[in-house]
Design a protein around this ligand. Structure first.
Ligand code: SF4
Length: 474
């Protein structure tokens, strides 16, 4: 059984895509480590990168080429100043040279050394191969970006042994909803408490709190930036940022400085049903507008769906519970992370494998379950909430126009967030014993649906809105 930490599911990174940006970036870092481990790094004479399948088909719109150049340059997606991205890319493009891992100057022309191949590799639709010429001979390593920023290489001979070691890491290994409920009942703990026990087995409580604070601060800052940035998104579709105007209309003439005063101001404003929907949508749009402009976001579980969880958590803090605090944020993220990992283990969180149900559907299920626990739901009701949210995203296709994570992606986050809130309310008013579809069943159904889905609808931009809308209309 795979052992996935909440911090594997919620990762700080750079937009616009976890599978097409963060994954390839991390793959470049891993390749550099591999070269160093084999004592080959300083012998490298030339490098090139081949992209396959979905990474190639929507790689341009998803900034895969940028991510690779940044990864090869040794930039850290969690820490690098976002405003330096354009300068680094321009410098490589203009000089046709790269400072490999910030150490070794090599010739590198992105138009020649990053190769977009239409063919799919058999192991996964998001394949990429790094090649280095060492002593005149070419050595290659292939990686797969399997969604949510996770990167793997094809199973190696000793992987069974590695998996066995990995499996024993958590005291409460969970791959299904039924197992999670069993631990809750045996230990008489909530879902967040069980998940916290697992996290505590691999890191100290101080580190856990520090990481959750970092994650929440990144989410909040992202919403704040998105709500206070005007203009048009990059990429050529001329998509106008909407969170700025929405925030302005909703907040009126109130004055505030910084994210925390902003929260206090929203808490003090009058909200009826329409305003609630608008606020939740505004929070979700803001994150994905930042994501689309290569800003810093938290992958939750992917970048394309990064707006759902912050929007629902923010809803809880500014609408539902004005006394909501860090402990609530932590519980929310623990539950959300665990639900996401159940989908990753039993189905997929990769749009290239399962369409948008794997991104927005999963993020909505994560947010629904997490909100349900904060609203007093039992562990059984939490899983009902997650199930309801996914049930109504089944079959959702991935068809981004122009290969950009903008249309329909940005609005989808607003829809996913609203559905999550509704799913939580429905679960709170439901007796789990009367529910017909357990979470594990919907996870399995999502996976079967993913396998049946035509590849046109799996992040290739070869079907749906991507071909139905004329780019000149945008
Ligand atoms: S359509 Fe959905 S899955 Fe596809 S890129 Fe957009 S948000 Fe991601």
């Amino acid at each position: 059984m795979e052992c996935i930490s909440v911090f594997d599911m919620l990762k700080i990174g750079v937009g616009p895509s976890s599978s097409h940006t963060l994954g390839p970036w991390r793959a470049a870092e891993r390749w550099i480590k591999e070269l160093k481990a084999n004592d080959n790094f300083h012998k490298v004479e030339e490098i090139s990168v081949d992209l396959y399948g979905s990474l190639s088909l929507t790689g341009k719109g998803h900034a895969t080429d940028y991510a690779i150049m940044l990864g090869l340059s040794g930039a850290d997606p969690e820490l690098m100043p976002i405003e330096t991205i354009d300068t680094i890319i321009a410098s490589i493009t203009n000089s046709k040279a790269i400072l490999f891992n910030n150490e070794l100057l090599l010739d590198f022309d992105p138009t020649i050394n990053i190769i977009f191949n239409k063919k799919f590799l058999p192991f996964h639709s998001n394949g990429l191969k790094f090649s280095a010429t060492i002593n005149g001979r070419k050595k290659s390593s292939t990686f797969y970006s399997i969604g949510g920023g996770f990167v793997v290489q094809e199973e190696r001979k000793n992987s069974k042994k590695n998996k066995a070691i990995f499996q024993n890491t958590f005291p409460y290994p969970i791959s299904k909803g039924t197992e999670l409920l069993k631990y809750c009942s045996e230990l008489n703990k909530s879902i967040s408490e069980v998940v916290l026990e697992n996290e505590k087995s691999i890191r100290s409580i101080e580190t856990i709190d520090f990481e959750f604070e970092r994650i929440w601060n990144t989410m909040l800052e992202c919403m704040y930036i998105g709500c206070h940035t005007e203009g048009t998104l990059p990429g050529g579709l001329n998509v106008r940022r909407r969170a700025f105007d929405m925030n302005k209309k909703l907040i009126g003439t109130s004055q505030y400085k910084g994210p925390n005063e902003w929260i206090a101001t929203i808490r003090n404003s009058e909200v009826k049903f329409r305003q609630i929907i608008k606020w939740v949508s505004c929070f979700a749009l803001s994150v994905n507008e930042v994501n689309a402009s290569l800003g810093r976001v938290v992958t939750a579980p992917t970048n394309g769906s990064a707006g759902v969880i912050p929007a629902v958590l923010m809803y809880y803090l500014v609408i539902e519970n004005h006394d909501g605090n860090f402990e609530d944020i932590k519980r929310f993220l623990l539950v959300a992370g665990e639900i996401g990992s159940i989908f990753k283990k039993g189905a997929t969180i990769s749009a290239a494998m399962g369409g948008c149900q794997a991104e927005i559907g999963v993020s909505s299920a994560m947010a629904a379950g997490a909100l349900c626990e904060l609203q007093g739901g039992t562990p059984e009701q939490v899983l009902v909430a997650a199930e309801i949210a996914m049930e109504h995203h089944l079959g959702l296709t991935c068809d981004p126009i122009g290969g950009l994570v903008q249309i329909p992606c940005i609005e989808r986050n607003a829809m996913g967030a609203i559905k999550a809130i509704n799913a939580s309310e429905l679960a709170l008013d439901s007796d789990p014993h009367h529910m017909k579809i357990p979470l594990d069943k919907v996870v399995n159904t999502m996976w079967e649906t993913a396998k049946d889905m035509n590849s046109k609808y799996k992040e290739t931009s070869e079907g749906g809105l991507a071909v139905g809308v004329n780019l000149t209309d945008c």
